[in-house]
Design a protein around this ligand. Structure first.
Ligand code: PLP
Length: 386
């Protein structure tokens, strides 16, 4: 089949909720992907921050192949060897107060669990989230996501959610009531434009939520597993949340979500379950992913190569660039004009990038990206800007 044939099939049979780009991807390796006509791209999308260990990672592939011959599915009413190993490992690498894990299948699901657990633990209902925040598009998660365009077609959403401006302690204090269950935030807002929140604000949020017995939920779905140059962005902020949401890069591209909790978070038996959560296949992929990140020092690489990437971007010195915001290999370049048209221009030069709002070009490459590949990306970006 030709490129147009694949496109026609998806255009005909998919629901059409994704704004499509004119590329049919068929394979990948490390930080690159290939289209059906044989063209190679440096992939600074990584499946939106999923492929931290690189595309078609051989160790993840081997773990999947081996596990698929042993046991693919195992509902969590039964114990499982791979799941047992994984939940221990996740607790070991997370902020040290987090001791329990609920496994699911996506970022939005990890957020749904967090919302439900915060409510069940406190017996309260209200969730305070941040303007420009993004937590997913299922009904509960969507209620906490800021973007009105995503919310409006599906109203009414979950009640008792308030949004306050990020970094505004006064607004947070005045939003809190007797009925507040949780404050939820991303430490670096991803979809909202790659915006690291202020360290002082986060410190105060932690103090305030502790004092008022409110659950602090940190959404590390995009920032987790080395993306920001630490295993979790929490480490940059020296913050230990009550609940941490994870997904995306957790299992090398296999769907998985994880909601990590302190021992004080409680939820009644049977009240929150999911058929596929913690499947042996996903757990095996995740164990291989975590091992690969450690053995190949990808967290350290993300920090170093992130700095290198930003230095190179700064050297472009284009009048079209308003600001560069970054943490590790989570990089946003705010332009003084719309960023949309640059997606195709970059693709023509063999680079795939993401948007993060109307004027931001976002680079979320696999953490295995090399300095030479970063040089190529920046060269292409400089060319399209000039
Ligand atoms: N939370 C954050 C911070 C995200 O960036 C995303 C997705 O981009 C989600 C939640 C939702 O994850 P998913 O698309 O896997 O449902």
């Amino acid at each position: 089949m030709k490129k147009q044939d694949y496109q026609k099939l998806e255009d005909t049979y998919e629901m059409g909720t994704y704004p499509k780009r004119d590329i049919v991807l068929v394979s990948g390796s490390g930080a690159t992907v290939k289209d059906c006509e044989g063209r190679t791209y440096i992939d600074c999308t990584a499946g939106v921050g999923v492929a931290n260990v690189g595309h078609a990672n051989p160790e993840v592939a081997k773990a999947l192949a081996d596990q698929s011959k042993k046991l693919i599915t195992c509902y969590s009413i039964f114990y499982n060897d791979k799941r047992a190993e994984l939940v221990k490992k996740l607790v070991e690498i997370s902020p040290k107060n987090l001791k329990k894990v609920f496994l699911s299948n996506s970022g939005a699901e990890s957020v749904e669990a967090a919302i439900k657990f915060a409510r069940s633990t406190t017996g309260k209902q209200e969730i305070i989230a941040m303007m420009r925040g993004f937590h997913g598009k299922t009904m509960g998660a969507l209620s906490t996501t800021w973007t009105k365009d995503y919310q409006e077609p599906f109203a009414p959403l979950m009640p008792a959610v308030k949004h306050i401006p990020a970094n505004n302690l006064e607004k947070l204090e005045s939003a809190i009531t007797e009925n507040t269950a949780a404050v939820m935030l991303e430490l670096v807002q991803g979809e909202g434009g790659v915006r690291p929140l202020d360290k002082e604000f986060i410190k105060k949020v932690r103090e305030l939520t502790k004092k008022k017995k409110i659950i602090m939920i940190v959404d590390e779905v995009q920032t987790g597993f080395g993306r920001t140059g630490k295993m979790f962005a929490c480490e940059h902020y020296s913050v230990e949340p009550d609940i941490m949401c994870c997904a995306k890069a957790i299992a090398g591209g296999i769907p998985m979500g994880a909601t990590l909790c302190t021992e004080a978070i409680t939820v009644p038996k049977k009240s929150h379950t999911t058929t596929f959560g913690g499947s042996p296949l996903a757990c095996a992929a995740s164990l291989a992913t975590l091992k690969y990140i450690k053995d190949n020092k990808l967290v350290e690489k993300s920090a170093k190569n992130g700095e290198y990437f930003v230095e190179k971007l700064k050297a472009i010195n284009s009048p079209k660039i308003r600001e560069i915001r970054a943490m590790g290999l989570m990089i946003g370049v705010e332009l003084k004009e719309k960023s949309g048209p640059y997606m195709n221009l970059l693709a023509e030069k063999g680079v795939l990038a993401l948007l993060a709002g109307p004027t931001v070009v976002r680079f979320l490459p696999p953490l295995v990206i090399t300095k030479e590949q970063i040089d190529e990306v920046v060269k292409a970006f400089e060319e399209v800007l000039s």
